[in-house]
Write a protein that binds this ligand. Structure first.
Ligand SMILES: [Zn+2]
Length: 334
C-alpha cells in the first residue's frame, strides 16, 4: 500500500514540474513560474508552482498536487501516478502534451488601432479642456477633493469632457460620457477611457469600445522589486502612487467586479516582494481581496485605518499619515 499523504509530502512539485517543463521563467524561495502547457500558453507564465501544489492563473485555471500533475500532464490514472511517484519511475519527459487538448487562451488585447487613435484624440481634447476655463471646477475637484498634485494629474493624462452628467457626446465617432476622464494607458497603448461623472447613480462610465477589463490601471508603472498596492479605484491608485513614491507601486482594478486580472499582467506580480490588496471595505471589496490572494502567496488583503478607501483616509488623516501607513505595510514580510 502506498501512503498517499506521505508521498505528497515527499515530493516537491517544483522539481517534478521542472523535470517536464525545463527551467522556470521566474523563481524565488517559495515558487517557480512556467508557461502553462495545459492551455498552450504563448506569452505569459501563468503556471505557478509551490512545493506542495501548482496552479495555473491563466485560462485553464487548473491546479493540484504532485499526483494531479502526473494525471493531468501525463494522463496517468491516479493509481499509476502514485506508483510512479513512489518508485521514482517517472514518465518520459514530453516536449508538449499532445493529449492535453484544452482551448488556447488569447491574452487580453487592446482595442484596434482605429479606436485607439480616436480615443487618444478624445483624451487629448479632454486634457486641454481640463486646463482651460471650462475645466476649472474639475481641476479644483481633483486637487481639493482627491488631493492630486498637478504632476499626478498631468502624468495620468486626466481630462474633462464638459456637459450635463447624463449627457453623452459623439466625439470622433466614439460615444463619450461627460465628466472627468481617466485614460487607461500602457506604453503606447490606450485600452479604454473611464469617465467620472459629477452626479448620478452610476458615477463611472466608459467611452464606448474600450477594453478596460483586459487591462490594469497604472500597470505600466509597476516597478520591479517594490511591493504592489492594488486598489479598487483609479483615484486611490493615483493618490497612493503620489504619496508612496519610492515605497510601493500602485495599480487599480477599476472595480471590485473586475477581480480576474488578465494573465498578461502576471509577470508584474510575480516579481513583487509583496502584493497588498486594498479593496474598499464592503462586501464586493472583501470578495475581490479573497480572489486576488489566490494570485500569489505574497498577496495579503489590507484595510485603510480610517475611511473606506485610501482617498478618504488621505482626506481625513493627511499625507504624512498615509505615507507612514504605506511604509509600515510595505515593510511587513508576507
Ligand atoms: Zn493553464
Amino acid at each position: 500500500m502506498i501512503d498517499v499523504d506521505r508521498l505528497k509530502a515527499q515530493i516537491d512539485c517544483r522539481d517534478l514540474i521542472k523535470r517536464d517543463l525545463g527551467k522556470p521563467k521566474y523563481h524565488n524561495a517559495t515558487y517557480s513560474s512556467f508557461k502553462c502547457p495545459l492551455h498552450h500558453e504563448e506569452k505569459g507564465f501563468s503556471l505557478v508552482v509551490y512545493a506542495d501544489h501548482w496552479h495555473c492563473f491563466g485560462k485553464c485555471n487548473r491546479g493540484g498536487n504532485a499526483i494531479d500533475w502526473l494525471q493531468t500532464y501525463h494522463q496517468l490514472s491516479f493509481r499509476d501516478a502514485c506508483q510512479n511517484l513512489a518508485s521514482g519511475n517517472l514518465p518520459q519527459v514530453q516536449q508538449s502534451s499532445p493529449k492535453a487538448k484544452t482551448k488556447r487562451q488569447a491574452l487580453s488585447k487592446p482595442p484596434d488601432e482605429d479606436w485607439q487613435k480616436a480615443a487618444r484624440d478624445v483624451a487629448y481634447l479632454a486634457m486641454n479642456t481640463l486646463w482651460g476655463k471650462e475645466g476649472k471646477a474639475a481641476w479644483r475637484y481633483l486637487q481639493e477633493e482627491r488631493g492630486l498634485t498637478e504632476k499626478t494629474i498631468v502624468e495620468a493624462g486626466l481630462g474633462y469632457i464638459p456637459g450635463h452628467y447624463r449627457e453623452w457626446k459623439d466625439l470622433l465617432g466614439l460615444k463619450v460620457p461627460c465628466g472627468i476622464s481617466l485614460p487607461w494607458m500602457t506604453h503606447h497603448t490606450i485600452w479604454g477611457i473611464k469617465v467620472r461623472r459629477s452626479a448620478g447613480q452610476q458615477r463611472y462610465q466608459q467611452v464606448s469600445g474600450g477594453n478596460i477589463k483586459g487591462s490594469l490601471y497604472l500597470a505600466d508603472e509597476i516597478q520591479p522589486g517594490l511591493p504592489i498596492l492594488l486598489t479598487e479605484g483609479e483615484f486611490d491608485a493615483l493618490i497612493a502612487r503620489q504619496v508612496g513614491s519610492g515605497l510601493i507601486s500602485a495599480a487599480a482594478l477599476g472595480s471590485a467586479a473586475n477581480t480576474c486580472i488578465d494573465p498578461r499582467w502576471f509577470p508584474k506580480f510575480i516579481s513583487a516582494p509583496s502584493i497588498l490588496i486594498c479593496m474598499d471595505d464592503d462586501q464586493a471589496g472583501q470578495r475581490a481581496a479573497k480572489q486576488l490572494s489566490k494570485l500569489s502567496l505574497a498577496a495579503t488583503g489590507i484595510q485603510v485605518p480610517q475611511g473606506k478607501d485610501i482617498n478618504e483616509f488621505y482626506k481625513r488623516a493627511g499625507l504624512h499619515a498615509v505615507r507612514r501607513w504605506l511604509k509600515e505595510r510595505a515593510s511587513i514580510p508576507t
